[in-house]
Write a protein that binds this ligand. Structure first.
Ligand SMILES: [Zn+2]
Length: 179
């Protein structure tokens, strides 16, 4: 369990090997390693904390599941003041070879393509997950909003809209399914 010593989450990981070892990786990603998210956050992104567990399922499919948390400042679209938003994501992926057919994989897994060395970029994956979880219409919790609870736009914040945002991996998967 050498991975427990990592204070920083590794960038490149070989998921097949980590899966066979049932490795658990916990660690942090410094904000400025996640350039796109850091920019979205207007440079106010906190450190990202992550936990990822690698394993092999009963069908001998390698998978990994994890969680990531971060905080960033967003502008409330009701009162236009900055507030601190907490992002929290969970994910579950199976790594696939490049250009592999993926129809037979169980639907519980999202897919992530390995590079030609059998590696995935864990930081990029976590960053994509966190970007996808940023609210489409950022806003305070009602009681904290400077507009009070008497706002006009809260009805516009449709939770289902947020859920419908697809990760790049989902899009990739659906493209592949249509091939
Ligand atoms: Zn507000």
């Amino acid at each position: 369990m050498h991975s427990m010593k990592h204070n920083r989450l590794p960038v490149l990981v070989e998921p097949k090997i980590a899966g066979s070892r049932r490795e658990m990786m916990t660690g942090k990603i410094v904000a400025n390693h996640l350039k796109r998210l850091h920019q979205e956050a207007n440079q106010t992104l906190s450190e990202v904390t992550c936990k990822v567990e690698f394993n092999v399922d009963l069908q001998q499919i390698t998978y990994f599941k994890g969680q990531a948390n971060a905080e960033l400042d967003l502008v409330c679209q009701r009162c236009m003041q900055t507030y601190r938003e907490r992002l929290s994501v969970s994910f579950c992926y199976t790594p696939i070879e490049q250009a592999c057919k993926i129809e037979e994989l169980p639907e519980v897994y999202d897919v992530v393509e390995m590079n030609s060395n059998g590696q995935i970029n864990l930081h990029q994956l976590v960053e994509d997950e966190l970007i996808t979880s940023i609210p489409l219409i950022p806003a305070h919790q009602n009681e904290q909003c400077h507009q009070g609870t008497n706002d006009v736009s809260v009805g516009d914040i449709d939770e289902s809209e947020t859920e419908q945002r697809q990760s790049p991996f989902d899009i990739l998967a659906s493209l592949k399914n249509n091939e």
